[in-house]
Design a protein around this ligand. Structure first.
Ligand code: UDP
Ligand code: MG
Length: 335
């Protein structure tokens, strides 16, 4: 199996206007480091001319390879597919919209060559993003920090990083469906380093992450790495029962000593609706976890590949097996 020195892994969903410039800047940056590289694009079920553009590009540049997925799976899974197929000794996930500047690659490689197994690119600033997006993002990272687990997701680090083969193999062994890649990247450990950069605005097209999707994305992050929300409800229950016990005792004494004229409708109304809604929230949280358990137990393949372009044949066996049968993958791992 030939393995290039570096692999770039770029998931693309409706990015036809970004590909040419991305390819140009990435190639320039890579050439400054080595001639031994590949660029693996993953077409994540784009509905525009992304696939055609990529195939044409592959025809002119043999360093380009394309994984065409059978439909749109979302960024986390598209990236996973790319990581499965990438053959490099060092692998760099990167966005096609040029928000992750390819010019940073030499600095990532420099740290990697110093012996770090994961070199994270950390955003110093985010240009072209609204105040609300920055604020919600920082709130989310702060929340993730305080979840109390052993895994801390570093703030301001996206998917852009350089991963050494050894760490990558560890990452590849995570086959869960509810994938929160930033968490998975962080959770494998290894020797990590950080390099800072300024995040640029999107080059063309528009982001596919609106606030509702970001909220759902945060839910994935929280539920895949923490059971704290479940535990919180034990304490909420304890607190409420303590309060209601005290209040009940007070009402009892009052009725004994002062009699019990019919009153208290507001108290009754408030307490019933309050308890009812707290219970519903608790059930909802259990539901979030239950739904995920349901999805994971089905053990469906993560993705299907429609076709491959470029020299990915070497890994096709491995990756296709991974996508087609989890058991096979575990066999492969044991072997
Ligand atoms: N992407 C993908 N599948 C999707 C959505 C996005 O492969 O369903 C890719 C997209 O082409 C880009 C990267 O993921 O290369 C980041 O997407 P986007 O720029 O929309 O996200 P943001 O930068 O706003 O977080
Ligand atoms: Mg983007």
């Amino acid at each position: 199996m030939t393995s290039p020195y570096l692999s770039l892994v770029a998931p693309a969903y409706n990015e036809q206007d970004n590909i040419a410039l991305f390819h140009e800047r990435a190639t320039k940056a890579l050439k400054g480091v080595t001639d031994d590289y590949e660029i693996v694009f993953v077409n994540d079920g784009s509905t525009d001319g992304t696939l055609e553009t990529l195939i044409k590009l592959q025809g002119t540049d043999p360093k380009v390879a394309v994984v065409d997925l059978s439909r749109n799976y979302g960024k986390e899974i598209a990236l996973t597919a790319g990581l499965d197929f990438a053959r490099g000794q060092g692998v760099i996930p990167i966005d096609v919209d040029l928000q992750d500047p390819p010019e940073l690659i030499p600095r990532l490689v420099e740290m990697w060559e110093k012996g770090f197994q994961v070199v994270n690119a950390r955003r110093r600033s985010r240009q072209g993003e609204t105040f609300l997006k920055k604020w919600t993002a920082s709130l989310f990272y702060r929340f993730m920090q305080n979840l109390g687990g052993r895994v801390t997701v570093p703030p301001s680090v996206g998917d852009f990083r350089l991963i050494d083969r050894k760490a990558l193999e560890a990452i590849k062994s995570f086959r869960e469906h509810h994938r929160f890649m930033k968490g998975i990247f962080a959770s494998v450990g290894f020797n990590q380093a950080f390099v800072e950069y300024d995040r640029e605005p999107r080059q063309a097209g528009k982001t596919s992450f609106n606030y509702w999707r970001l909220w759902n994305f945060s839910l994935e992050g929280i539920t895949s790495f923490s059971t704290l929300p479940l535990r919180v409800f034990t304490y909420v229950g304890l607190l409420i029962s303590l309060i209601s016990f005290t209040y009940g005792f007070y009402i009892l004494l009052k009725a004994l000593f002062l009699g019990d004229p019919v009153a208290g409708f507001p108290t009754l109304f408030v307490s019933i609706t309050f308890i009812g809604s707290v219970q519903l929230i608790g059930l909802g949280i259990i539901g979030e976890y239950l739904g995920r358990i349901f999805n994971e137990t089905k053990r469906r393949p993560l993705y299907f590949v429609n076709s491959l372009y470029g020299g990915l044949g070497d890994n096709a066996d491995t990756a296709q097996n991974i996508s087609l049968a989890l058991d096979d993958h575990q066999e492969l791992q044991r072997a």
